[in-house]
Design a protein around this ligand. Structure first.
Ligand code: PLP
Length: 379
C-alpha cells in the first residue's frame, strides 16, 4: 500500500522540477564558488542569480539574503547575531511562548549572556495580543521575534501590526517564517519585517537549506567563523545545488500558491468537519480562521496521541502529534499547554498537515482510519 503523507509541516518531498534544476550542480558543475578558475566563478554567478530570484520574490535587496544550512541556523544567526551586535543599545528581547525550539533555546542561550527575554503567552486561540507586545517594551528592548505561523497549530500571527509597533519604537523585528513561507505570500512591501528565517524543505525544496533575510540597516555579527563566504557573515563553502533548489522551490511555491492553497484548504476543511461530525469529544486547537490552510490540530479526549500515531502508521498514514522536533518525547506540547489545553488533552492531539499531492480519497481514508482507531483506543 502507498504511503499516505499528512505531515507537510515536518517536511515535504522535493518537487521534481526543483530536483531537475539541482542535479547538474552535484557532479557536473561542481566548482567551489570561492575558486578563481572558470568553473568556480560560474558557480559564484549561479549563487548570485538565485539570491536575486529570492530577493525579488520577497521584495528585498540582493545583499540582504544569506544562505544557511536550515531554518534553525537562520534563527540562531539572526537572534544571536543581532543581539550581540546591538548589546550597546539594550539587552531586552520580546518573543512568545509558542516559538519553535530554534528560537526558544536560542533565547535561553542569550539569557546566559545577560539578555533578558519576555516570553509572551498567546490568547486561547493561539494568537498573540499586540497590546501585550506594546506593554512589554522597555527602554532596553532591542529585538522582537514572533513567528509568522505556528508549526503545531498553524495559527498566523498579526505580523503587519507587530511590524508597525516595532517601527514606532525603533526596535528590530524578526519573524520565523519557516512554516509560513510557501503557504503565505510574503513581500516586504506589505510588512515592516527587519529579519526573517525560512527553510527550503518546508516548501518542496531540499533539506539542509535555510535562508536568512536581514535588512541592510540592521547591524549583526557572524556566528559561524571560518571562511569569508556570504559577505563574511556566514562561513562555509556554499551548497550550490541547495541554493539552486531553494530558489526554484520558492519560485514555484509563489507562482502556484493560490491554486495549491485552495486545494489543501478544501481537504483540510472537509477533514475537520467530518471528524467533528463523526467523532465525539474532540477539540480543534488554535483559531479556526487565522491558521495555515493545510493545518488541522485536533485533540481526541481519552486517546493516547502516541498510540494513535502508531495505529495510523500501521495503516501507512504519516502524521504527527506535535512538532517533528518534539515527536517521540512524552512531554505534552509546549504550544498546546501555552494556549491552555489541559495536559491530558494535549497528549491526545493529532497534527494533520495537508500538502499539494494529497487527494480527497486519501483524506477519506484518513478520516475512516481515525474514526476506527479512536473507537478502538477508547474501548
Ligand atoms: N522554525 C519553525 C517554525 C519550524 O517549524 C522549524 C521546523 O520544523 C524550524 C524553525 C527549524 O527548521 P529546520 O528544520 O530547517 O532547522
Amino acid at each position: 500500500m502507498d504511503i499516505k503523507y499528512f505531515d507537510h509541516a515536518a517536511t515535504t518531498a522535493v518537487d521534481e522540477r526543483v530536483l531537475k534544476e539541482m542535479i547538474p550542480y552535484f557532479s557536473e558543475s561542481y566548482g567551489n564558488p570561492s575558486s578563481v578558475y572558470s568553473i568556480g566563478r560560474a558557480n559564484k554567478e549561479i549563487i548570485n542569480i538565485y539570491r536575486m530570484k529570492i530577493a525579488n520574490i520577497l521584495g528585498a535587496k540582493v545583499n540582504e539574503i544569506y544562505f544557511t544550512s536550515c531554518g534553525s541556523e537562520s534563527d540562531n544567526l539572526i537572534l544571536k547575531g543581532i543581539a550581540f551586535a546591538n548589546k550597546n543599545l539594550g539587552n531586552h528581547i520580546i518573543t512568545t511562548q509558542i516559538e519553535h525550539p530554534a528560537i526558544l533555546d536560542t533565547c535561553k542561550f542569550l539569557e546566559k549572556f545577560g539578555f533578558k527575554v519576555t516570553y509572551l503567552k498567546p490568547k486561547e486561540n493561539g494568537i498573540i495580543d499586540i497590546n501585550d507586545i506594546e506593554k512589554s517594551i522597555t527602554r532596553n528592548t532591542i529585538l522582537i521575534s514572533v513567528m509568522f505561523a505556528n508549526n503545531e497549530i498553524g495559527t498566523i500571527q498579526p505580523i503587519k501590526e507587530i511590524g508597525e509597533i516595532a517601527k514606532k519604537y525603533k526596535i528590530f523585528f524578526h519573524t520565523d517564517a519557516v512554516q509560513a513561507m510557501g503557504n503565505i505570500n510574503i513581500n516586504f512591501k506589505d510588512y515592516n519585517i527587519g529579519a526573517l528565517s525560512m527553510s527550503a524543505h518546508k516548501f518542496y525544496g531540499p533539506k539542509g537549506m535555510g535562508v536568512a533575510y536581514i535588512n541592510e540597516n540592521i547591524p549583526f555579527m557572524r556566528i559561524q567563523d571560518g571562511g569569508h563566504q556570504e559577505k563574511n557573515k556566514r562561513a562555509g563553502t556554499e551548497n550550490v545545488a541547495g541554493i539552486v533548489g531553494t530558489g526554484k522551490a520558492l519560485e514555484i511555491a509563489t507562482q502556484e500558491l493560490e491554486r495549491y492553497n485552495a486545494h489543501i484548504k478544501k481537504l483540510r476543511d472537509f477533514y475537520i468537519s467530518e471528524i467533528m461530525r463523526r467523532i465525539k469529544y474532540v477539540k480543534l486547537n488554535g483559531d479556526i480562521e487565522k491558521r495555515l490552510s493545510g493545518n488541522a490540530n485536533i485533540s481526541f479526549s481519552g486517546v493516547d496521541g502516541s498510540l494513535l500515531l502508531e495505529e495510523l502508521d500501521k495503516r501507512q498514514i504519516c502524521a504527527s502529534s506535535g512538532s517533528a522536533c518534539s515527536a517521540g518525547l512524552l512531554n505534552p506540547s509546549h504550544v498546546l499547554l501555552s494556549i491552555g489545553v489541559p495536559k491530558n488533552l494535549a497528549k491526545s492531539s493529532l497534527r494533520i498537515t495537508f500538502g499539494r499531492e494529497n487527494t480527497l480519497e486519501e483524506t477519506k481514508y484518513l478520516i475512516d482510519s481515525i474514526e476506527e482507531i479512536v473507537d478502538k483506543l477508547r474501548h
